[in-house]
Design a protein around this ligand. Structure first.
Ligand code: SF4
Length: 451
């Protein structure tokens, strides 16, 4: 990839309407009109989830763009941000402005372990600490082993480089055709729209480029070069907007991109990869959903753990689904965080309840400092084996290894072929029983023999 300077996408450069830059650092409180619309319908996903957080009584904002506040989160707000009104709390720009970004911010809220503290102090380079107050409210404040906390607070393992780890393990820089545009597969491109995320996952594949101090930037001049490339390459029918997080862009800038892409005749399919609905669900305002509905992108949402599925997230997913946008999930398999069948089952069931189709389960990419996050491939297959046949087929994601060096996604499935007995193919079902399928013309399983 071309090396470019790490400045966030700026309004001055963008010239795309009245919203400030997508860093949202300069963001203002929401316009009054945004606080006076009628309330959204109750989220469907909380039905039958009595043990999950429910909206707090008396804590609902008056806003039409309102999001429910679950009791745990509301208690967190009152304890750590007592000056914030519920309306402010539910304003995504307030959340971005008030992110936890340094040691002092972390220590105000979390009882840090010595290892976490040392890791934060030792941090240097891209992938800064960044946690929205909302997402922090879901974390274990006193427990360094809690799942969501482990994904966002650095530990010393992050500073170790293990064998096979790379800064750019997928070779994206090699396949970058203009700054911010990766063209690896024949008919589709990856469009890196912004280096900004509202929260920074410590296992991020693009750790080298996200955050305010990354080596890259994807300003609007870069967008124009990328759009020009797409316009001139008629084989590109599928564009994935990613980053960073494209939903960190303000509505008008994102709409500009979507409008431009939809005006290209050969672009049939546009996707947005985002973690916002999970970590900053108040970003999914009705205004955003209405705007997206005009361009009908598919939405790939990065979910990690069932604890992310709150009434707030249910509302965000419902707004997107009600706008007619197909929703899929992407999840990274993480050691000690979501690498057991029961946790994954709870996650995929929660996603289906929210009309999100579990799509990809990724083996964690070998970025620098990821050894403490990576599991064996055996573990991933064990999870798929524990889901396939045991629950709804729609709930079972495709487990993939993104081959280091740019080999692309390689799906892995537990092999059901036991062997062959004459004309019969022998197949093992989800319960371990071997069944015959008449396959007289086949050769599959011949080398394995009979059972
Ligand atoms: S949201 Fe995505 S791009 Fe941003 S830090 Fe997490 S994994 Fe990386």
């Amino acid at each position: 990839m071309d090396q470019v300077v790490a400045t966030p996408v700026g309004h001055a450069e963008a010239g795309l309407g009245s919203s400030p830059a997508d860093t949202a650092e300069e963001a203002k409180p929401p316009p009054r009109r945004a606080l006076t619309r009628r309330p959204s319908p109750a989220p469907q996903a909380t039905r039958g989830q009595s043990s999950r957080p429910q909206p707090a009584r008396g804590s609902r904002p008056r806003a039409g763009n309102r999001t429910p506040v679950n009791p745990r989160t509301d208690a967190f707000r009152r304890r750590f941000f007592p000056e914030a009104t519920v309306a402010e709390w539910n304003d995504w720009r307030w959340q971005v402005r008030n992110r936890i970004r340094d040691l002092a911010g972390l220590e105000r809220i979390f009882a840090l372990s010595a290892d976490e503290r040392a890791a934060v102090l030792a941090h240097d380079g891209p992938l800064p600490v960044g946690i929205t107050p909302y997402y922090a409210s879901l974390m274990g404040l006193d427990d360094p082993t809690e799942a969501l906390r482990r994904t966002h607070i650095p530990v010393s393992g992050e500073h170790l480089r293990s064998p096979g780890e790379e800064d750019d393990p997928l070779g994206e820089d090699h396949d970058t055709v203009v700054p911010g545009l990766v063209h690896r597969y024949p008919d589709r491109v990856l469009f890196l729209t912004t280096p900004f995320c509202s929260t920074y996952c410590r296992y991020c594949t693009r750790a080298r480029m996200v955050g305010e101090t990354g080596e890259y930037t994807f300003g609007v001049s870069a967008w124009e070069r990328a759009l020009g490339y797409i316009e001139s390459h008629t084989e590109v029918r599928d564009v994935l907007l990613s980053g960073g997080d494209p939903l960190a862009l303000h509505d008008d800038k994102l709409e500009h991109l979507l409008r431009r892409l939809r005006a290209i005749p050969h672009v049939e399919f546009v996707r947005i990869g985002t973690k916002m609905p999970a970590v900053l669900p108040m970003r999914v305002t009705r205004d955003l959903a209405r705007m997206l509905a005009r361009y009908q992108p598919w939405i790939s949402i990065h979910f990690t753990h069932p604890d992310e599925i709150t009434p707030e997230v249910a509302t965000a997913c419902a707004r997107l689904a009600d706008a007619g946008l197909p929703l899929g999930s992407q999840t990274v398999l993480l050691k000690g965080i979501n690498d057991d069948v029961e946790t994954m089952r709870r996650l995929v069931h929660g996603l289906l309840r929210n009309r999100v189709r579990p799509y990809y389960l990724y083996q964690c990419d070998p970025i620098k400092g990821s050894a403490h996050f990576r599991t064996s491939v055996d573990k991933g297959l064990e999870i798929i084996r524990g889901l396939r046949g045991h629950t709804t087929g729609y709930a079972v994601p495709t487990y993939v290894v993104d081959a280091p060096g740019g080999g692309g996604k390689i799906p892995l499935i537990p092999d059901p072929v036991v062997g062959r007995d004459g004309d019969d193919l022998l197949l093992r079902n989800f319960e371990g029983a071997v069944h015959r399928y008449p396959d007289p013309e086949g050769t599959l399983g011949r080398a394995l023999g009979g059972r």
